[in-house]
Design a protein around this ligand. Sequence first.
Ligand SMILES: Nc1ncnc2c1ncn2[C@@H]1O[C@H](COP(=O)(O)OP(=O)(O)OP(=O)(O)O)[C@@H](O)[C@H]1O
Ligand SMILES: [Mg+2]
Length: 341
Amino acid sequence: VGTGGVGKTSLSAAIALAGAGAGRRAAVLTIDPARALGRALGMRALGAELERVVSTPGSLDVGMLEQASAWDAFIRRHAPSRAVEETILANTFYRQLSRRFSGSTEYVALEELCRLHESGRYDLIVLDTPPAAHALDFLRAPARVDRFLEAASASLSSRAQPLVARVLGRVERATGSETFHELAALLTSFQGLFAAVRLRSGESRALAAGDLTAFVLVVGPEANAIAGARELESQMTALGVRLKAIVQNRTHPLPAPLAAASETAPLEAELLARGAPPANLAWIRQAHRSYLAIASAEERHWQALRTSLPANVVSVRVPELGHDLHSLDDLAEVGRLLFTE
Ligand SMILES: Nc1ncnc2c1ncn2[C@@H]1O[C@H](COP(=O)(O)OP(=O)(O)OP(=O)(O)O)[C@@H](O)[C@H]1O
Ligand SMILES: [Mg+2]
């Protein structure tokens, strides 16, 4: 989990690949991966079943959830009959809701995790999470979907339903809109699904909170990301899930020989000897000072964060690689950085 763009998808793939490298039967379920990463993983089709991209020493299967169609796939799996499935999928209200309802991808991703887990085919399943403004949106999604289903279910079974239908019918005639009619049709079709979905959401929540599951929080190197991380940790604990590790991605560490301002002297002497103009040296000193300031600020914030987290939370930093991750080799390198620090 983590906020938008911090590297969740890349790190998920790198963790799963490292698992395969260690001999595990690994799977990673990515969500809307950057195109370059999708190619790197050798993924062909959207929404396809898992594809094997590495087969030795362990194995790595990659799946991809596309936000737009995740909910459709879910409906297909759980609808009690083809007729119900088709009614739901063709419903205008459903189509709008499923495309806009925040939390639906999270919900579907969790249920997919359950499915892979139950298959018994994997030793390690890494679940990526969708871009979110807030890292905890992912964990709150099942509760939100449950509440929606409960409300929908209650409105269906309510004695007031005929009255509601009459009122809605009038509104519909007055406004010429089909929305209410569509909504009513959707809710009726959904009724057959409620039981299955409820059961599933209970199971996915139990799996997420269980001992087999570990959450990895990804944060950027900025000071505010770090301040947020501490709060997140306590909120996760309150939600009953275990934060196993925190990864600070895209950091700017200084190579040891250059870690002090004075230590650029040998480099400068060498450049001068090679005929570099003195003005360039001034620029290099300036760039070095800026980088040093960034690196030491990041280091300070990171140390502060580490000391404020419970001792059993593993913390790892992954440096900025200076280029996008677009090959299995790139992911393998991230894996090494993650697991050998
Ligand atoms: N350590 C790194 N060094 C260099 N580039 C990186 C690093 N980690 C991630 N990136 C790049 O950052 C971009 C965003 O990464 P990624 O797609 O994994 O983030 P995300 O958290 O999944 O984003 P979203 O929230 O949009 O799903 C990608 O282009 C990726 O190649
Ligand atoms: Mg992503």
